[in-house]
Design a protein. Structure first.
Length: 150
């Protein structure tokens, strides 16, 4: 009888130990924070927006975001809005000085663009392995949205 109790306690202790060792995922860093003011180092001025605000239906036009300097190179996007909805996002600048930077940007930018179109905002998840490009993309996207007034 005593052997059965020891076996049961050992089994329970083993299960508890295994569950406590289960790896926990850390949440992704918050890459959706709005960019600092335009006087921030690393943000360059860009051309004025070419859009307009029709009297009904919201903002339409193309707006260029700020150039955001990252550790691997500049990132800049432009957006096209139709009646206040993002209909296109185009990467104007991405890190490209190294082959690996080009490869990362080539993978990350289409994913970021799909997310931006789906979210209709700059509140999108960063692409794993492309943290700096993701941050530059979302900050430039937010600055373009700010310029559009949406």
């Amino acid at each position: 009888m005593r052997k059965a109790a020891v076996t049961t306690v050992s089994t329970v202790a083993g299960v508890i130990l295994l569950l406590s060792l289960k790896p926990h995922q850390n949440p992704a860093p918050d890459m959706t924070a709005p960019p600092p003011s335009s006087g921030t180092p690393g943000a360059s001025p860009s051309p004025a927006p070419t859009g307009h605000k029709p009297s009904s239906g919201g903002t339409s036009g193309t707006y260029t975001g700020s150039v955001i300097s990252t550790s691997y190179g500049p990132v800049q996007v432009s957006i096209t809005l139709s009646h206040g909805r993002i209909t296109a996002v185009r990467a104007l600048r991405t890190p490209s000085d190294r082959p690996r930077s080009q490869q990362i940007a080539a993978d990350a930018v289409p994913r970021l663009t799909r997310e931006a179109l789906s979210a209709q905002s700059a509140h999108i998840d960063a692409v794993s392995g492309a943290t700096y490009t993701s941050e530059g993309y979302t900050r430039s996207l937010q600055s373009a949205l700010d310029r559009a007034g949406v």
